[in-house]
Design a binder for this molecule. Sequence first.
Ligand code: HEM
Length: 413
Amino acid sequence: MAEDKLPGVMELTPFNPVFNDDPHVLLDRLRNACPVHRDTNSGSFILTGYDDVRAVLSDTTMWRHPERAEEAAVLSRAGLQPAPPGLTVPEDERGAGILFMDEPDHMRVRAPLAKALYKRVAKSRPLVQQVVDEWLDRVADSGSFDVMTDFATRVPVDVIARTLGVDPARLAEFREWSEGAILGLYPFRNEAETQGYVHARNCLSDYTRELMAARRAAPRDDLTSDMVALQAEGAELSDSELSTNLQGLLIAGSLTTTDLIGNAIWLLLTHPQELAKLKADPSLIGSAVEEALRIESPVDLTSRIAPREMEVRGCPVHPTQSMLLHLRAANHDPKVFPDPRRFDVTRKDAPHVAFGGGLHLCVGAPLGRLMGQVAILTFLDRFPNARLANPDEKPQWATMPLFRGFKTLRVAI
Ligand code: HEM
């Protein structure tokens, strides 16, 4: 990339070593030089200033469905590509997740889902604690382990599985499907990975339908039972919409929370003073998790499509044009977050946008926060001497575009 050329979305991925080492070198340059930047590769505007990102997120008239975007908006329209061969997931179940729905359908589906999920999350601390304890028990005598594979990837999948009501006998399979399904987010899959993805999605879809039928016949204390009950009571929700959105909780909630846990542990272990503050006062865990979400946001960006002629910071945006809202860049805007690179577990008034915002604000945020808080506090409590096993090694970031988290994170305990 020439020095004077502003980066497009292709350069803002872990495949670019400059971005991989430090995303904010490029993001700061973009925000300073052109905070509403037309990127020809993605066919979208990239917004990097906090105020602009927040304003577009909060605008409830914005569109999200990929079909609304102009032909040039290739990144926003990526979800419209034909399904890979072998995918047997019913057609109407493939693209109906709330993340890509517009009003009024989005709220028709989101409202009952959010109602049932929030109610369940409010009483799920013991479940989260139990899952966290189980995984930490397994590594307690290891001397050293990989936080990512042995802990951070495990907690969200198991918590979400148990929230949904996955049969304990099927949990091992469910964990495998979850790994496979996440490959759907990876644009550079090889053939074997695509087959793994197709297999996982087919199994997940079949199993979710099976679970819905079983809970209709005999309800239990789980989210699937709650949702089929709401449907029976009149919530306007088709079986395909319900199935895809129950699976969507796993797909949207696992990698993101995994990265939150890994990133937060790494930040704490590399900032001994902040770690000491949290250990001295565990009630800081709430602000510590928010600060981890701000400074190493698991999701780089989200998007919206303009429904009308509009102006963003004086820049004309036409109907059907797409905007990539760079959450990570917004979370480091010095106008809103003084000294944005400083990791400060006591930071106050830090309204980050790591969960997006507006009508599509992450519906799993309360559960993600709860898992993050319990996982981190318990990890520190169980392993008070935890430290990076290879402190001189460069951080091993994973290569999932638009997400930021570790491939491996070895700790000695
Ligand atoms: C802690 C980690 C998490 C992060 C950083 C995160 C981040 C995000 C972001 C950035 C969005 C897009 C919001 C927008 O476009 O305005 C989103 C949406 C969503 N997230 Fe999360 N998420 C996390 C955890 C979870 C969990 C645990 C679940 C499920 C249990 C979940 C389920 C969803 C769903 C279903 C949506 C779509 C909401 C809608 O469009 O109405 N997320 N999340």
